[in-house]
Design a protein around this ligand. Structure first.
Ligand code: EPU
Length: 442
């Protein structure tokens, strides 16, 4: 069963002829990283949930398929809306082929523990930008009274006495994933949970708002302490997800690279503040109008430095795209990756296009300006793929991007949206070739 995506995976490539400015309007889709938390959260709801603004991407499609295999009724209503009825869900071993292929499937552990008092899923698989431990997820669930086992490629968990019990938890590391998973597990626990040193990303607030609108009692999301009073059950309702901060930032970076002027529709400008600030330093103009943002770039680009940090700092998921734009800026820029150990694999691909970037551990020194040249390159992960598209848009000649399956995990209709902004980009399908297995990236 495929929920939204019409075509099967093929060895698609994107072919771009660079040199055109972007002009026009683009509608930003719902936030991927909110959707991949809220869909598993819906497993805990006894009743009908209508979710709007779900991005039509392969990660959300797979999570919906997983819920369907667990006995949920899943109906696609069109226009990014999905109806989910998880009233009669059950544990299932028929999900592991899918859980293995998406990182966010580990949120099912928190929600299964809440719903069934026990949980089983696969360990999230291969990492693309360094070690990705889940010790803080485990620590939180153990503190809530779960017996956890991570042997043999699986995570299994059982609540002592059949139900988790609220407690105080201090996370040693600011982690989006651990914050979300522990929130999920605590929602239906008995008593009060206080989680300290939590992540503050907009999708954490969105998850709390979703759960509260279904009857949960969660306070403090968006600050560094979250307080949860466990409830006995969640009821159905309707919820609209926030727009995707990183998708919006990617188009903002793209027009800053190509020059031109675009309007982004359906955004929350506050979530974009630090991206807007960096792009402004680099020579773009950003104007906010309610839920729309205009980005224009007419002047030459200036170099700058940036360091990625947890929200409200500069997002790591924008680092590859901004580093690509900095290749075009006059002068030396220093980029420091503050979240992941190894998020510079895309630099080898950019070098094939003429970029002058030296990487030393978590620091990249970028010398500009260079005129990028079209070349055959690969998307090493989701945001690296977005960076390759931006590079292709400004490169002289033709760029071919392979492994675009990574890009399609996180960007709804990236090629279509760019075409409508005037880019010369197309998908070339190689039918009948099976897709290679894709390790986790989200
Ligand atoms: N960490 C630990 N222990 C843990 C969990 C995390 O040490 O138990 C460390 C990580 O190794 C990392 C840091 O804490 O150094 C932050 O990791 P975090 O848990 O915040 O990342 P995540 O939840 O695995 C999510 C997004 C990523 C995004 C990061 C940081 C999803 C599905 N993924 O990952 O998104 O880079 O937060 O903002 O929400 C993307 O969308 O392209 C993407 C990779």
């Amino acid at each position: 069963m495929v929920i939204f995506l019409k075509r099967t995976d093929t060895l698609d490539k994107y072919v771009i002829r660079g040199g055109r400015q972007l002009h026009g309007e683009v509608d930003i889709s719902g936030a991927k990283n909110a959707a991949v938390a809220i869909i598993p959260a819906a497993l805990m709801v006894k009743g009908v949930c209508r979710l709007e603004n779900i991005p039509e991407i392969s990660d959300t499609d797979k999570l919906l398929q997983i819920l369907s295999r667990m006995g949920a009724r899943v109906s696609y209503l069109g226009k990014n809306a999905v109806e989910l009825d998880c009233t009669s869900v059950h544990m299932s071993d028929d999900i592991y082929d899918m859980t293995r292929t998406i990182r966010a499937s580990y949120y099912l552990i928190g929600s299964m523990l809440g719903r069934f008092g026990e949980a089983k899923s696969t360990m999230p698989g291969g990492c693309n930008f360094g070690v990705r431990p889940i010790d803080q997820h485990i620590k939180g669930m153990v503190a809530l009274g779960a017996e956890m086992d991570t042997g043999g490629g699986f995570i299994t968990a059982k609540a002592k006495g059949g139900r988790l019990r609220g407690c105080k938890i201090f996370l040693d590391k600011v982690s989006v994933g651990a914050t979300i998973n522990v929130m999920l597990a605590a929602t239906l626990a008995e008593g009060r949970t206080v989680i300290e040193n939590v992540a503050r990303e907009p999708h954490i607030v969105d998850l709390a708002n979703f759960l509260n609108s279904m009857g949960a009692d969660i306070r403090g999301a968006g600050t560094d302490v979250i307080k949860i009073r466990g409830v006995d059950s969640l009821h159905g309702g309707a919820y609209t997800l926030i727009p995707d901060q990183i998708e919006a930032g990617t188009y903002m970076a793209a027009v800053t690279a190509t020059g031109g002027e675009i309007i982004l529709n359906n955004v929350i400008p506050k979530h974009l503040e630090c991206i807007s600030a960096k792009l402004t330093e680099m020579g773009a103009e950003v104007e906010e109008y309610g839920d729309r943002v205009l980005v224009r770039r007419t002047q030459p680009l200036r170099h700058t430095n940036l360091k990625t940090r947890p929200y409200p700092g500069f997002p790591t998921d924008m680092q590859p795209q901004l580093s690509t734009v900095l290749c075009l800026a006059d002068g030396v820029s220093v980029v420091t990756e503050g979240i992941w150990d190894n998020r510079y694999k895309y630099v080898n691909e950019l070098r094939k296009m003429g970029a002058e970037i030296q990487v030393d551990g978590k620091t990249a020194i970028i010398e500009g300006p260079v005129q990028l040249r079209g070349a055959p390159v690969a998307a090493c992960d989701l945001r690296a793929g977005a960076a390759m598209l931006i590079a292709g848009l400004v490169a002289e000649g033709e760029t071919t991007i392979e492994d675009v399956i990574y890009i399609e995990r996180g960007y709804q209709d990236f090629v279509g949206k760019l075409q409508r902004l005037g880019a010369d980009v197309r998908v070339v399908s190689v039918p009948d070739e099976p897709c290679p297995a894709v390790p986790d990236v989200g």
